[in-house]
Design a protein around this ligand. Structure first.
Ligand SMILES: Nc1ncnc2c1ncn2[C@@H]1O[C@H](COP(=O)(O)OP(=O)(O)OP(=O)(O)O)[C@@H](O)[C@H]1O
Ligand SMILES: [Mg+2]
Length: 798
């Protein structure tokens, strides 16, 4: 290694421009002027030259040979530029050879050999270099220093204080020599520097070489960094894994995981799976087996495999195909509902002939609450001998509820359809989707869109669940959906289903259902079997009329349940119980009647007409009130009326105005009175056009002062010209009017065909008037007195 010593100053003797001195040929190294350089001298000739030098002032010429392999280089095999040097310390080594320290004094040019044997001597010319610091030399020095600083930082072979040393040299040539001697350059590069006598040229060349070196160093350090990082990461992981392994073996868990894996493997081998499913499961299993225990993925894959293993992929329960049997089971659980029962029997018949080619129908039971939709679904499953599962869709707003979350989600699960298929354990359960009309939709996606796929016979043999990521076959499932009203169900969904309407029951049917089904069931549920107890028909009728007001029989069942509970309690307390529940004793069991008051008016009145509305709870009568007050023809509406209803009020009002003359209404009254139209039970939103004729009747009554008959109810849409247009839900409406106790019902003539669904008993009880025109409605509804009272009441009372 070179050492630097600035203080060590050798006067350059330029008095003699040419000298003759012994020559030391060196390999693989360059001796620079002013630099201390240790050399190992081994060749015989070189040792002789050294000894000669020691004898003459310690002066010697050091020149580097071009090819290090040549033993005795001649003139041509040496570089022509070398260094004149002083030999310092000399150390003979025990194993032969000599270590010496030389210090260069100045550049020389080799002129000629003056002697070759026994050691070489040469005549050289001393090369003078200027130490003048020009501006450009100064600039070059700075550039070289800057490069050198960076090299020192990156190159671990250059000592850090080399930079400080270089910084303190202010001769351009010297600085270049010094830097060239410490940098990790090869011999040719150093010789190149040595050969440049002019200092600025030397600095320039040096800066090029430094810049190249810096590039290499930077690249090297980048690679180093990356390698280090990799090593660090690898070591860290290795370390952690080792630790984990030790902890696991300490806890004895390794065996647990292994046996668990084997268990899954064995299960997988045993179950029947479609090819695609098996491949997927095996892939996941393979992933699992190479995973370190405790990796967060382990749990996720485990539960995924559980889902696959526990879902039915091929299990099918045998249907009971005996039509007689099925029909018996259905009849023994439910009264009436012929349409739904028939559809199921047809399904079985077709299945018997078509076998697997038949697609399962998707049924939709629509009707008021408590009319047996859910419970019929259950008995269909019983009758067919299929599994029954039920999902309530009410309030579901998130598509993922139906179709599941992707597995990347924390705590992801399959959707409700797949979850319930797992519960069913067979591919062909009766799957009831309750309350399809109550599905919501918001930013989390539209659940009904996911349902579309499940409920489409064309594509539900490959239902896709986000969690499962495998197609699942739902085509063997018998889907039954239920709804209270078809109206909120998106029409694409309606399209895929076969709608079967369930209607409300009339009183006689309710009594029959109570006798056949509800009472026996409640007796059993309340532990009253074997006790002699009956409910009198009059009492049952009393419950239906005064304690419940419903289309179905759910509340009826609840009230009967309450009576029996009280009986059971009396028994438990050791008190006497009656054998017969009479109408009079109802108050004792159920408290005061709740629906005594009729919704109908007590007497015939002006400005109030009775409409019939179709609600989710079946049908109901709905009085419509109109009051006139002195004013200037303004219209006020109250009772939460929807847009369609408001338009229909305008139509009714326009009709009234244009037919004023027919009902003896003075045209000017329209400008002199404000109108207030109100529909009671203001908390319930109301909409639809079917109250049109009722509103027109109330308006005309108010303006004309003719009274409306209290026991007439009506339904129908009105046009500006007074035509009566048909409405929907006729059967429910007529049943509701019947329940409410009216004796005449006005319905649109075009609805006459729907009367076929209305029970004969009801048709006999009611006077049903079919109307085509508004005047036919008014003829029936209004009490038109010949002599019109001349004095109008200031406001028609309401
Ligand atoms: N035709 C019927 N024969 C015998 N029982 C009936 C009949 N209709 C209804 N029920 C009984 O009434 C009760 C309520 O019926 P269910 O729960 O099936 O009503 P639902 O139509 O599903 O009502 P919701 O629309 O409110 O869900 C049940 O206990 C059921 O057994
Ligand atoms: Mg239900």
């Amino acid at each position: 290694m070179q050492a630097i010593d600035k203080e060590f100053d050798i006067p350059v003797d330029m008095d003699e421009p040419e000298v003759e001195l012994p020559l030391l040929a060196v390999r693989d190294t360059i001796v620079f002027p002013r630099m201390l350089t240790p050399l190992f001298v081994g060749r015989k000739r070189s040792i002789l030259a050294l000894e000669a030098a020691m004898a003459e002032n310690n002066q010697i010429v050091v020149v580097t040979q071009k090819d290090p392999d040549i033993e005795t280089p001649g003139e041509d095999e040496l570089y022509t530029i070398g260094t004149e040097a002083i030999v310092g310390r000399m150390l003979k080594m025990p194993e032969g050879g000599t270590n010496i320290l030389v210090q260069g004094s100045q550049r020389i040019e080799l002129l000629e050999f003056t002697q070759f044997e026994p050691y070489p001597r040469v005549r050289v010319r001393r090369l003078q270099e200027s130490d003048e610091k020009s501006l450009s030399a100064e600039a070059l020095m700075r550039a070289v220093l800057a490069l050198f600083e960076k090299c020192v930082q990156l190159d671990r072979n250059v000592p850090d204080d080399a930079y400080v040393a270089a910084l303190n040299i202010d001769e351009p040539g010297w600085m270049a020599d010094m830097i060239a001697s410490v940098m990790d350059f090869d011999v040719e590069q150093r010789q190149q520097i040595l050969s440049m006598v002019d200092p600025p040229t030397r600095l320039q060349q040096l800066s090029i070489m430094l810049a190249q070196e810096l590039d290499v160093l930077e690249l090297e350090s980048q690679i180093q960094d990356r390698v280090q990082q990799e090593v660090d990461k690898g070591q860290r992981e290795y370390f952690l894994r080792e630790q984990m392994r030790v902890i696991q073996s300490e806890l004895g868990e390794m065996d647990g995981q292994l046996s668990e894996l084997n268990e899954v493997r064995q299960k997988l081998a045993e179950v029947v799976l479609p090819q695609e499913v098996r491949e997927k499961a095996e892939k996941e299993l393979a992933r699992l087996s190479v995973m370190p225990l405790g990796a967060p993925e382990v749990g996720i894959i485990r539960s995924y495999l559980d889902w696959i293993l526990e879902l039915p992929w091929a299990e099918i329960s045998e249907d009971n195909d005996d039509i007689g049997h099925v029909s018996n089971v259905l009849d023994s659980n439910h009264f009436g509902i012929p349409k739904a029962k028939e559809r199921i029997l047809e399904h079985i018949a077709v299945r018997q002939r078509a076998g697997d080619k038949m697609r399962s129908p998707i049924l939709c039971f629509v009707g008021p609450p408590g009319t047996g939709k859910t419970s019929l679904g259950r008995s269909i499953a019983d009758a067919l001998g299929r599994k029954f599962i039920r999902v309530s869709l009410g309030g579901i707003r998130d598509e993922a509820e139906i179709r599941g979350h992707r597995r990347t989600y924390i705590g992801a699960l399959p959707g409700r359809i797949i979850q319930n298929m797992r519960r069913a354990g067979t591919l062909n359960p009766v799957f009831m989707l309750d309350e399809v009309d109550k599905i919501g939709a918001d930013f989390r996606g539209d659940p009904s869109a996911a349902l579309l796929e499940a409920l489409d016979p064309e594509q539900n043999n490959s239902f896709s669940d986000h969690y499962l990521e495998l197609d699942y076959d739902l085509s063997k499932v018998l889907f039954i959906t239920t709804a209270n009203s078809l109206y909120p169900i998106p029409s694409p969904l309606q399209d895929r289903m076969e709608v079967i309407e369930f209607s409300g029951y009339i009183e006689e049917e309710k009594l029959e259902i109570a006798h056949q089904f509800i009472i026996p069931r409640q007796i059993e549920e309340n532990g009253l079997e074997g006790i002699d107890i009956r409910i009198a028909d009059k009492a049952l009728q009393g419950i239906v009329r005064e304690y419940t007001y419903e289309a179905g029989v759910r509340n009826l069942e609840r009230e009967i349940g309450r009576i029996f509970r009280k009986i059971t309690r009396r028994l438990a307390e050791g008190k006497a119980v009656p054998k017969l529940i009479t109408r009079q004793s109802l108050v004792k069991y159920l408290g005061p009647p709740r629906f005594m008051e009729s919704k109908l008016n007590d007497e015939d009145e002006v400005g109030i007409a009775t409409g019939i509305a179709y609600t989710e709870a079946g049908g109901d009568v709905m009085p419509i009130e109109v009051a006139l007050m002195p004013g200037k023809g303004d219209l006020t509406l109250t009772g939460q009326l929807g847009d369609v209803m408001q338009e229909s009020i305008q139509a009714a009002l326009s009709y009234t105005r244009s037919h004023a003359k027919d009902y003896n209404i003075n045209k000017t009254t329209f400008e002199k009175f404000d109108i207030h139209l109100h529909i009671p039970e203001g908390a319930i939103p109301k909409d639809g056009p079917s109250a049109g004729i009722t509103m027109a009747t109330a308006l005309i009554s108010a303006f004309s002062n003719y009274k409306v008959r209290r026991n007439v109810a009506m339904t129908g849409e009105i046009t500006l010209r007074g035509k009566v247009l048909p409405i929907g839900g006729l059967k429910e409406k007529i049943l509701a009017a019947h329940r409410a106790g009216v004796n005449t019902v006005i319905v649109p003539h075009q609805n006459q065909k729907d009367m076929i669904d209305v029970p004969k008993k009801v048709q006999r009880d009611l006077n049903i008037v079919f109307a085509d025109k508004m005047d036919e409605v008014l003829k029936t509804a209004l009490i038109i007195t010949e002599k019109k009272s001349t004095k109008r009441r200031s406001a028609a009372s309401a």
